[in-house]
Design a protein around this ligand. Structure first.
Ligand code: ATP
Length: 153
Protein backbone atom coordinates (compact mmCIF):
# COMPACT_ATOMS: atom_id res chain seq x y z
CA UNK A 1 0.00 0.00 0.00
CA UNK A 2 1.12 3.62 -0.65
CA UNK A 3 3.40 5.32 1.90
CA UNK A 4 2.25 8.79 0.86
CA UNK A 5 0.07 10.43 3.48
CA UNK A 6 -3.01 12.60 3.18
CA UNK A 7 -5.37 13.98 5.82
CA UNK A 8 -8.51 12.33 7.20
CA UNK A 9 -11.29 14.11 9.08
CA UNK A 10 -14.34 12.32 10.50
CA UNK A 11 -16.97 14.52 12.15
CA UNK A 12 -20.67 14.39 13.02
CA UNK A 13 -22.97 17.15 14.28
CA UNK A 14 -22.13 16.23 17.89
CA UNK A 15 -18.45 15.21 17.73
CA UNK A 16 -15.15 15.47 15.89
CA UNK A 17 -13.66 11.98 15.92
CA UNK A 18 -10.61 12.63 13.72
CA UNK A 19 -9.33 15.99 12.48
CA UNK A 20 -6.64 16.14 9.80
CA UNK A 21 -5.07 12.86 10.89
CA UNK A 22 -2.27 11.70 8.52
CA UNK A 23 -3.24 8.42 6.85
CA UNK A 24 -2.01 6.36 3.89
CA UNK A 25 -5.38 4.83 2.88
CA UNK A 26 -9.09 5.14 3.65
CA UNK A 27 -11.86 2.68 2.77
CA UNK A 28 -15.60 3.17 3.05
CA UNK A 29 -18.98 1.88 1.90
CA UNK A 30 -20.45 4.33 -0.56
CA UNK A 31 -24.03 3.95 -1.75
CA UNK A 32 -22.57 2.86 -5.11
CA UNK A 33 -20.13 0.37 -3.62
CA UNK A 34 -17.06 -0.04 -1.44
CA UNK A 35 -13.98 1.99 -2.32
CA UNK A 36 -10.42 2.68 -1.19
CA UNK A 37 -8.86 6.13 -1.49
CA UNK A 38 -5.09 6.68 -1.58
CA UNK A 39 -3.19 10.00 -1.82
CA UNK A 40 -3.85 11.93 -5.04
CA UNK A 41 -7.18 10.19 -5.61
CA UNK A 42 -9.42 11.91 -8.15
CA UNK A 43 -11.92 14.16 -6.34
CA UNK A 44 -15.40 12.80 -5.70
CA UNK A 45 -18.30 13.14 -3.29
CA UNK A 46 -20.68 10.33 -2.38
CA UNK A 47 -23.24 9.23 0.20
CA UNK A 48 -22.13 6.71 2.79
CA UNK A 49 -24.03 3.62 3.86
CA UNK A 50 -24.13 2.76 7.57
CA UNK A 51 -21.00 0.72 8.21
CA UNK A 52 -17.35 1.02 9.00
CA UNK A 53 -14.81 3.42 7.57
CA UNK A 54 -11.27 2.01 7.84
CA UNK A 55 -8.06 3.95 7.66
CA UNK A 56 -4.40 3.05 7.71
CA UNK A 57 -1.91 5.17 9.65
CA UNK A 58 1.72 5.62 8.46
CA UNK A 59 2.89 2.89 10.90
CA UNK A 60 0.82 0.41 8.85
CA UNK A 61 -1.90 -0.06 11.49
CA UNK A 62 -5.50 -0.33 10.26
CA UNK A 63 -8.19 1.32 12.36
CA UNK A 64 -11.98 1.46 12.19
CA UNK A 65 -14.72 3.93 12.91
CA UNK A 66 -18.42 3.21 12.64
CA UNK A 67 -20.58 5.70 10.76
CA UNK A 68 -24.35 5.63 10.51
CA UNK A 69 -24.49 7.24 7.07
CA UNK A 70 -23.55 10.67 5.78
CA UNK A 71 -21.22 11.94 3.08
CA UNK A 72 -17.59 11.47 2.15
CA UNK A 73 -15.58 13.96 0.13
CA UNK A 74 -12.37 12.66 -1.43
CA UNK A 75 -9.78 15.22 -2.55
CA UNK A 76 -6.18 14.50 -3.65
CA UNK A 77 -4.73 15.54 -0.26
CA UNK A 78 -7.72 15.22 2.10
CA UNK A 79 -10.69 12.98 2.85
CA UNK A 80 -13.59 14.32 4.90
CA UNK A 81 -16.41 12.23 6.33
CA UNK A 82 -19.49 14.18 7.41
CA UNK A 83 -21.31 11.46 9.31
CA UNK A 84 -24.84 11.46 10.72
CA UNK A 85 -23.19 9.89 13.79
CA UNK A 86 -19.84 8.18 14.29
CA UNK A 87 -17.99 6.20 16.95
CA UNK A 88 -14.64 4.53 17.54
CA UNK A 89 -15.16 0.78 18.17
CA UNK A 90 -14.15 1.18 21.85
CA UNK A 91 -16.85 3.85 22.29
CA UNK A 92 -19.63 1.61 21.02
CA UNK A 93 -21.96 0.28 23.68
CA UNK A 94 -22.65 -3.13 22.18
CA UNK A 95 -25.61 -3.87 24.46
CA UNK A 96 -27.23 -0.57 23.48
CA UNK A 97 -26.75 -1.43 19.81
CA UNK A 98 -28.26 -4.89 20.38
CA UNK A 99 -31.26 -3.35 22.14
CA UNK A 100 -31.68 -0.85 19.27
CA UNK A 101 -31.54 -3.78 16.82
CA UNK A 102 -34.22 -5.70 18.76
CA UNK A 103 -36.52 -2.65 18.98
CA UNK A 104 -36.16 -2.02 15.24
CA UNK A 105 -36.75 -5.69 14.37
CA UNK A 106 -39.89 -5.78 16.51
CA UNK A 107 -41.27 -2.61 14.88
CA UNK A 108 -40.54 -4.02 11.43
CA UNK A 109 -42.20 -7.34 12.28
CA UNK A 110 -45.34 -5.54 13.50
CA UNK A 111 -45.36 -3.30 10.41
CA UNK A 112 -45.01 -6.29 8.07
CA UNK A 113 -47.92 -8.03 9.82
CA UNK A 114 -50.10 -4.94 9.40
CA UNK A 115 -48.97 -4.57 5.76
CA UNK A 116 -49.88 -8.21 5.07
CA UNK A 117 -53.44 -7.45 6.24
CA UNK A 118 -53.53 -4.20 4.23
CA UNK A 119 -53.78 -2.19 7.47
CA UNK A 120 -50.54 -0.18 7.35
CA UNK A 121 -51.29 3.56 7.56
CA UNK A 122 -48.98 6.11 5.97
CA UNK A 123 -47.78 7.16 9.45
CA UNK A 124 -46.98 3.55 10.28
CA UNK A 125 -45.20 3.18 6.96
CA UNK A 126 -43.06 6.21 7.83
CA UNK A 127 -42.30 4.58 11.20
CA UNK A 128 -41.33 1.41 9.37
CA UNK A 129 -38.81 3.36 7.23
CA UNK A 130 -37.34 4.87 10.40
CA UNK A 131 -37.08 1.41 11.95
CA UNK A 132 -35.23 0.17 8.85
CA UNK A 133 -32.71 3.00 9.21
CA UNK A 134 -32.31 2.30 12.94
CA UNK A 135 -31.79 -1.39 12.19
CA UNK A 136 -29.01 -0.63 9.68
CA UNK A 137 -27.32 1.73 12.16
CA UNK A 138 -27.44 -0.86 14.94
CA UNK A 139 -26.15 -3.62 12.65
CA UNK A 140 -23.29 -1.35 11.50
CA UNK A 141 -22.27 -0.72 15.12
CA UNK A 142 -22.41 -4.41 16.02
CA UNK A 143 -20.38 -5.33 12.91
CA UNK A 144 -17.74 -2.67 13.66
CA UNK A 145 -17.28 -4.07 17.18
CA UNK A 146 -16.97 -7.62 15.78
CA UNK A 147 -14.50 -6.51 13.11
CA UNK A 148 -12.37 -4.53 15.50
CA UNK A 149 -12.07 -7.63 17.71
CA UNK A 150 -10.79 -9.63 14.73
CA UNK A 151 -8.33 -6.79 13.87
CA UNK A 152 -6.84 -7.04 17.38
CA UNK A 153 -6.32 -10.82 17.25
P1 ATP B 1 -30.23 4.48 19.92
O1 ATP B 1 -31.63 4.04 19.52
O2 ATP B 1 -29.51 3.45 20.75
O3 ATP B 1 -30.18 5.89 20.51
P2 ATP B 1 -29.58 5.55 17.31
O4 ATP B 1 -29.19 4.80 16.09
O5 ATP B 1 -30.91 6.21 17.32
O6 ATP B 1 -29.38 4.56 18.56
P3 ATP B 1 -28.01 7.84 16.65
O7 ATP B 1 -29.13 8.82 16.46
O8 ATP B 1 -27.35 7.26 15.42
O9 ATP B 1 -28.48 6.66 17.62
O10 ATP B 1 -26.87 8.51 17.54
C1 ATP B 1 -27.15 9.42 18.61
C2 ATP B 1 -25.88 9.57 19.44
O11 ATP B 1 -25.68 8.39 20.22
C3 ATP B 1 -24.60 9.74 18.60
O12 ATP B 1 -23.70 10.56 19.30
C4 ATP B 1 -24.03 8.33 18.52
O13 ATP B 1 -22.62 8.35 18.34
C5 ATP B 1 -24.45 7.75 19.88
N1 ATP B 1 -24.73 6.30 19.85
C6 ATP B 1 -25.79 5.69 19.30
N2 ATP B 1 -25.75 4.35 19.52
C7 ATP B 1 -24.61 4.14 20.24
C8 ATP B 1 -24.00 2.96 20.80
N3 ATP B 1 -24.53 1.73 20.64
N4 ATP B 1 -22.84 3.11 21.46
C9 ATP B 1 -22.30 4.33 21.64
N5 ATP B 1 -22.81 5.49 21.14
C10 ATP B 1 -23.96 5.39 20.45
Amino acid sequence: MSEITFKLTVVSPDKSLLVDVPVTAVGAKGTEGDFTALAYHVPFLTDLKPGEVWYQTPDGVRNLVSVSGGFIEVLPDKVTVLADSCEFPDEIDEERAKRAKQRAELKLKQAHELAAQGLLSSDQEAEMRKAEIKLHRALARIKTVDKSRSFKR
